[in-house]
Design a protein around this ligand. Structure first.
Ligand SMILES: Cc1ncc(COP(=O)(O)O)c(C=O)c1O
Length: 417
């Protein structure tokens, strides 16, 4: 069943500021530390499209960085948010809001690889990462953590300590969390050497890994490597934490990448796409593990607030009702096949609707990105060299819009490479 949207008002008018005027105000009012990828001044979103303050529309292959998996302002999500906002917005831990219970039950049904799952809710990916480190310490009594080279886990100090996607994320912030060992991504021999020489399992409580490297370049690891991590964790009594902040909520063609790859982590972290743009994150682990995290040992004022939970329940409905898991797999294969046949890219890879198109260098990638934007397509870059086009359209995107976006990318690569 396809969604019915309200048609947008044209953006920009003689009464509204132009994009240029907004950008000047933005520059004056907002802290410059926050990077922005484009100069698009967004005033409206609908499905896979964004409108700027001048009335120009863009096909959005960035999805607010893998968040608007149901597209912008999906009517079902908007209706759920509106209804909830009229009923109950917030209680925090003062009470038991029912949406949180319903959502936890629903999420438990999406992790078939985990026995007796329970959920802790927070507000963002980085908070989920931080929380999982605290859970691992309390549950194992071991403070050490292994993370992987080129990973991105977020911006808090603990998540920054695990992040090596780019030097700029760490620059100026040392000293970071002690007892973090960075292992090579996708290399079991390198990991074994670290476990032998530098980070013995008796010191390490957890390994945290992105099942597909996100910011680090959209790298899909060999399945045998993920299975090998599971085996090492079992052998050394370490928890295997899958950071599914980006790969979760259908992105890889199943609710979670753990299912896509058939490897069962002890802990799954989610955020980004779960509530279609409202802040929500969380930690899923078996009851057995959660029972080792005493009541009051962690918490959150806003985590799992009723409006975000209502948005999340509607998001999961939309993903199921509109066949988005299957669509992610089908369109992703289509993109790899089509872009893989184009001369120019060094590599085209991905799983589900998480596609990386590696170009020669940053200069080429930025030129392709700029050309796409000129032609009305928003596309992001990733990788330490910022030379990988990163395609993460909404999972609700129509076949026609998706092909249109690929047409723009193919033309931009042909014109640039
Ligand atoms: C894999 C992964 N983990 C954690 C985060 C941090 O999420 P947030 O920005 O919601 O804190 C991100 C954000 O890009 C991410 O991609």
């Amino acid at each position: 069943m396809s969604a019915v949207y309200h048609l947008p008002e044209p953006g920009g008018s003689e009464f509204e500021p132009t994009s240029a005027e907004w950008l000047a105000r933005d520059e004056a009012a907002l802290a410059g530390v926050l990077p922005r990828i484009t100069d698009v001044v967004a005033v409206r979103g609908m499905g896979s499209w964004l409108w700027d303050a001048d009335g120009r529309r863009y096909l959005d292959f960035g999805s607010g960085i893998a968040v608007t998996n149901t597209g912008h302002c999906h009517p079902k999500v908007v209706a759920a948010i509106t209804a909830q906002a009229e009923t109950l917005i917030h209680t925090s831990v003062v009470a038991h809001p029912t949406g949180m219970i319903r959502l936890a039950e629903r999420l438990a049904g999406l992790v078939p690889f985990m026995a007796d799952p329970q959920v802790f809710f927070c507000n963002s990916g980085a908070e989920a990462v931080d929380g999982s480190l605290k859970l691992a310490r309390r549950a194992t009594g071991k403070p050490g953590v292994i993370a992987f080279r080129r990973a991105f886990h977020g911006r808090t100090l603990a998540a920054t300590s695990l992040t090596t996607a780019k030097g700029k994320y760490r620059e100026g912030y040392e000293p970071l969390l002690p007892s973090v060992t960075i292992a090579p991504y996708g290399d079991l021999d390198g990991l074994d050497e670290l476990l032998t020489l530098q980070a013995p399992g008796v010191n390490i409580g957890a390994m945290i890994v992105e099942p597909v490297l996100g910011e680090g370049g959209y790298v899909v690891p060999p399945l045998s490597w993920l299975a090998g991590l599971r085996e090492r964790c079992d052998r050394h009594g370490m928890l295997l934490i899958f950071d599914e902040v980006q790969t979760g909520v259908g992105r890889t063609g199943r609710p979670f990448a753990a299912e896509t790859f058939g490897v069962a982590p002890d802990v799954v972290l989610f955020a980004k796409g779960i509530a279609s743009g409202l802040p929500l994150g969380g930690i899923i682990a078996s009851r057995d593990l959660m029972d080792r995290w005493p009541t009051g040992a962690h918490g959150s004022t806003f985590g799992g607030n009723p409006v975000s939970c209502a948005a999340a329940l509607a998001t999961l409905d939309v993903l199921e009702e509109e066949g988005c898991y299957e669509r992610a797999r089908r369109l992703g294969s289509r993109a790899v096949e089509r872009l893989g046949a184009v001369p120019g890219p060094v590599d085209v890879r991905g799983v589900g609707l998480m596609i990386g198109v590696e170009l020669r260098d940053k200069t080429v990638a930025e030129a392709v990105q700029a050309r796409c934007l000129d032609d009305g397509l928003i596309v992001l870059l990733c990788g330490p060299g910022e030379n990988v086009l990163r395609l993460i359209p909404p999972l609700t995107i129509t076949d026609a819009d998706f092909e249109h976006g690929l047409d723009i990318i193919v033309a931009a690569i042909a014109a640039t490479v």
